[in-house]
Ligand binder design. Structure first.
Ligand code: LLP
Length: 404
């Protein structure tokens, strides 16, 4: 994604042309960037060839998942809906893991019937439920247990999951108890230890701490796990020179860990696969002048892109057409929704804007469309995947009539 002749382009397609053809707002993805992210990810850890399961929650577009699958990834799902989408996208069930603290009977039963690789259980009650269902189907089911390593991911508190006060996983004591329980069960086979300490992690230290905890616990348990699922969480840079995770260092830590453990590593990355592969193209409806600032009222709102409203996230905001004229006013980019949190970003320096200009919000490929809602009865945007100069509509814009 770059400017071609001052016009923001996704591969060879100008955002401006997309807006003309499909109206706005548009979620637009670059296949080239997606492929690059996947290949980079694999390359970084190639010495131990992990199973990489894309966290579908980051982007649940079936057609995008299909491309991700074709590029070699499996899927990490957290609901029957996500599992159905992954299967529909052609992901091999043997490359699917199912996480989450509240899997229902229906979900467990469906996952068992589809013969997925692992159900990563998060409580004793869940294991008992899986066991019951497995018994009724006369099957032995492979499970993982999610350990809560009590490790601070040093990320936003709202997306941190690995501390003991979080609802995720089980603590050390329960973990040992569950190993014992599984050993004695005829219908479950414990294959995996899983952990996931949070999202948008840019510091290697939490991962190192997590690996140390896992190492210590496995030694103490004296149990050989076929798989160790290290979850996702790899942070990306949301501004041009922001910090992102150092993969080389993470790779070294894991290699060191594997010297003592003969297990296959599973990863569940979401953001690092799709985050920077997507942009949101939106149009200025009105500019409302205020004494101190101008409100740039866009046709995209918090229902389309929730991250700024719920996490205070800042997405790089760019003009679709570059000029060299700068505004003297402070610009506050907002949506039309009746909430004060419907605000994307406030910028002191920006080029001069006028009504109907197009604005690009960057790095919205992960947790953009997947977190969107129909709040204020607003139809969800169209999704487009660009491959070179080819435009593929991978999901149509929702129709008002479907909402009413
Ligand atoms: N595995 C599990 C068990 C998870 O809970 C998550 C994310 C992932 C993998 C993928 O993590 P990633 O590689 O994408 O960091 N909505 C928030 C992020 C929530 C993440 C929830 N769990 C945001 O927009 O920043």
């Amino acid at each position: 994604m770059k400017y071609i002749n001052k016009s923001f382009s996704i591969e060879k397609v100008k955002a401006q042309n997309l807006a003309k053809k499909f109206a706005t707002p548009i979620y637009c993805y670059s296949y080239k960037q997606l492929k690059k992210n996947i290949n980079n990810f694999k390359q970084n850890f190639k010495s131990f060839s992990p199973l990489v399961c894309f966290a579908v929650k980051a982007n649940a577009n079936v057609n995008l998942i299909r491309e991700i699958g074709k590029l070699g990834l499996g899927a990490d799902v957290v609901s029957i809906g996500e599992l159905m989408k992954a299967l529909k996208a052609g992901i091999n069930p043997k490359k699917i893991v199912f996480s989450g603290v509240g899997k229902t009977k229906t979900e467990i039963s469906y996952a068992i019937d589809k013969k997925i690789l692992l159900l990563n259980a998060e409580s004793k009650s869940e294991i008992i439920e899986i066991e019951k269902i497995a018994k009724s189907k006369n099957k032995i089911i492979n499970i993982g247990i999610r350990l809560n390593p009590n490790t601070d991911a040093k990320t936003l508190s709202k997306i941190s999951t690995g501390k003991k006060e979080n609802k995720f996983g089980v603590d050390e004591k329960v973990f040992f108890e569950l190993i014992k329980y599984s050993k004695n069960s005829k219908n479950i086979s414990l294959k995996c230890l899983s952990v996931h300490i949070g999202s948008q992690i840019v510091d290697n230290v939490p991962y190192e701490k997590m690996l140390n905890v896992v190492d210590r616990i496995i030694r103490k348990a004296n149990y050989e796990f076929e798989f160790i699922d290290l979850g996702g969480g790899m942070g990306i840079s949301y501004d041009n020179n922001g910090k992102k995770l150092n993969y080389k260092k993470y790779n070294i830590s894991i290699k060191k860990f594997l010297k003592n453990h003969n297990s296959k590593i599973i990863f569940e990355p979401g953001r690092s696969i799709v985050g920077n592969a997507g942009v949101l193209i939106t149009k200025i409806i009105y500019i409302k002048k205020n004494e101190k600032k101008d409100f740039i009222i866009l046709d995209a709102a918090m229902n389309d892109l929730m991250r700024p409203a719920i996490y205070g996230a800042k997405h790089r905001t760019l003009p679709a057409l570059k000029t060299n004229l700068f505004s003297k006013k402070i610009y506050e980019f907002v949506g039309p929704i009746c909430e004060s949190t419907d605000k994307f970003i406030t910028l002191k320096k920006f080029q001069k804007l006028k009504e109907k200009d197009l604005i690009i919000m960057c790095d919205v490929g992960a947790y953009g469309m997947s977190l969107s809602s129909n709040y204020n009865v607003r139809p969800k945007p169209i999704e487009i995947l660009i491959k070179g100069s080819k435009i593929n509509v991978i999901k149509k814009r929702q129709k008002l009539k479907d909402l009413i």
